[in-house]
Design a protein around this ligand. Structure first.
Ligand code: BG6
Length: 483
């Protein structure tokens, strides 16, 4: 593979750069994973010189690199890889200056961590300055549009300058170690895959619960809402990894071919189904972790009908998953931060213990992605005793504590993996155009259906598990959310 020698980072003074990208690049540098002489050219509008930018980068590292891994000397050496070009992406002059600073023929990765409204102009500017040659690849951060139409516009603008094999669309969930572990669990073990279908699985739950609120992202978030912000990308990617067929190989084409088939098999939402398949909510006042917090509208400073919570019942209409509901839910200001996939298997076909008064529960597999990194299989075991008054069975966990099993491995930021793959030119963990568009296609259908059905967000207390209707959504099917 063709490694690049320079990373050109747009939006280098932004929140993502400070919180994630610089700390990730620092991590790669500290582990000697960046190519020798690898340079990071940073750009944004602020008028700063190299030294000022480097100083601000070191401050960001101090704040955001996990404590024990931060080393001031390493940070200083790392900062020498950084240089800064002040420029306005809406004007051509800056691109001419950039063209003098970077050599596209020496291999260049460009990372757009800016507002999507700047994508088209930036790409045009890069193209007119000759910065999209054969050895240049482009990485894009979400949101890639607000619907299928606007996503296509972005993708068209990108494809005018960068062919698909040099376009790296980021979904940072794919950089998370435990998300990748889902593939290892499914395809590096012989135990689960034979049971991974409608004959053995009753339903699947995917939860991405956050305790944070709006976090000064009101301008973006209020126009997006939970469905577009979380379900359209991260949650549908998780669903695709759970539901996909085994790819022939772990390579970009095979994996993404299988994911896109799942995304295209999602059953379109009909207005008539909205009442039983979708619940939206918006947080009111409440308390998270014992601290009182304001309502969404108070944080935003105006009235809003944007959903900060959504729960959905989805179906993957193919042979493997016929009749298996996939319950998805995500929300801000919920009771706890947790991202998990919960697989409920079917009950044994006949319980030999029933005549002895024992209840058998169906097996469950819980894949915790964050904050814990754990895979837990719940199996039935006999409670110790002489059983003279009947047999008692109890659910006991078989745990694969990934953090403990790999205690000698540093827990990395998802972007470390993604940035390294970008530098190395491996697109397996990036989202292909057809995937993004299939995701939007389904999401647009959900929105259209809920608009037609007149769905409005129900209030829920900050620090709860969402509106009570979300509980009814699963209880109606005899299913409990795994909390
Ligand atoms: C982002 C969303 O894509 O993912 C945010 O825009 C959300 O609203 C974030 O908070 C969650 O990411 P993580 O890695 O903290 O689960």
């Amino acid at each position: 593979r063709d490694k690049v020698s320079t990373l050109l980072l747009f939006g280098a003074t932004g929140d993502l750069a400070h919180r994630m990208l610089l700390p990730s690049l620092y991590g790669l540098h500290a582990d000697n994973l960046l190519p020798d002489k690898f340079r990071i050219v940073c750009t944004a509008r602020s008028e700063l010189d190299d030294d000022q930018y480097r100083a601000s980068a070191v401050e960001a590292l101090k704040e955001h690199v996990p404590g024990s891994f931060y080393d001031p000397k390493t940070a200083l050496i790392f900062s020498r890889r950084l240089s800064y070009v002040a420029m306005d992406a809406t004007k051509p002059e800056g691109f001419k200056r950039l063209a003098k600073t970077v050599d596209p023929d020496a291999g260049l990765a460009i990372f757009l961590s800016t507002a999507p409204s700047l994508f088209k102009q930036t790409i045009d500017g890069l193209a007119s300055a000759g910065l999209c040659g054969l050895r240049v690849r482009l990485a894009l951060e979400k949101p890639l549009g607000t619907d299928l139409g606007s996503s296509r516009e972005i993708n068209d603008a990108v494809s005018n300058a960068f062919p698909e094999d040099r376009t790296f669309r980021i979904d940072h969930y794919l950089g998370k170690e435990t998300v990748q572990n889902l593939l290892a669990l499914r395809f590096a073990n012989s135990t689960f895959e034979p049971l991974w279908d409608a004959a053995h699985i009753d339903h699947v739950q995917i939860t991405v619960a956050e305790t944070i609120g709006l976090e000064e992202r009101g301008a973006y978030y209020d126009g997006a809402g939970a469905l577009r912000d979380m379900v359209q990308n991260h949650m549908l990617q998780l669903l695709a990894l759970v539901a996909m067929e085994p790819p022939a190989e772990f390579d970009a084409t095979s994996v993404r071919d299988e994911k896109v088939k799942v995304l295209r098999s999602l059953r379109p939402m009909r207005p008539d189904d909205v009442g039983t398949h979708v619940v939206t909510g918006q947080y009111g006042d409440g308390a998270v972790g014992g601290q009182p917090v304001q309502s969404y509208e108070a944080e935003l400073g105006k009235d809003s009908a944007t959903e900060t919570f959504v729960a959905l019942k989805a179906h993957v209409d193919n042979w493997r998953w016929a009749g298996v509901p996939f319950y998805l839910r995500t929300g801000k200001r919920m009771a706890a931060r947790k991202t998990e996939i919960f697989i409920q298997f079917k009950c044994v076909p006949h319980s030999i213990f029933a005549s002895r008064g024992a209840r058998t529960k169906a097996n469950k597999l819980l894949i915790s992605i964050q904050p814990e990194e754990n895979i837990r299989l719940l199996v039935m075991a006999k409670t110790p005793g002489l059983d003279r008054e009947g047999i008692r069975l109890r659910e006991v966990p078989l745990d694969v504590g990934l953090a403990d099993a790999f205690a000698d491995h540093r827990r990395r930021i998802a972007y470390e993996r993604l940035l390294l793959d970008l530098i190395d030119g491996d697109p397996t963990l990036f989202v292909r155009r057809d995937e993004v568009e299939a995701q939007w296609h389904w999401i647009d259908g959900v929105r259209a259906a809920w608009n037609e059905a007149g769905l409005t967000p129900m209030p829920y207390g900050a620090g709860s598990w969402g509106p009570s209707a979300a509980i009814a959504l699963t209880e109606r099917d005899g299913v409990h959310w795994h909390d």
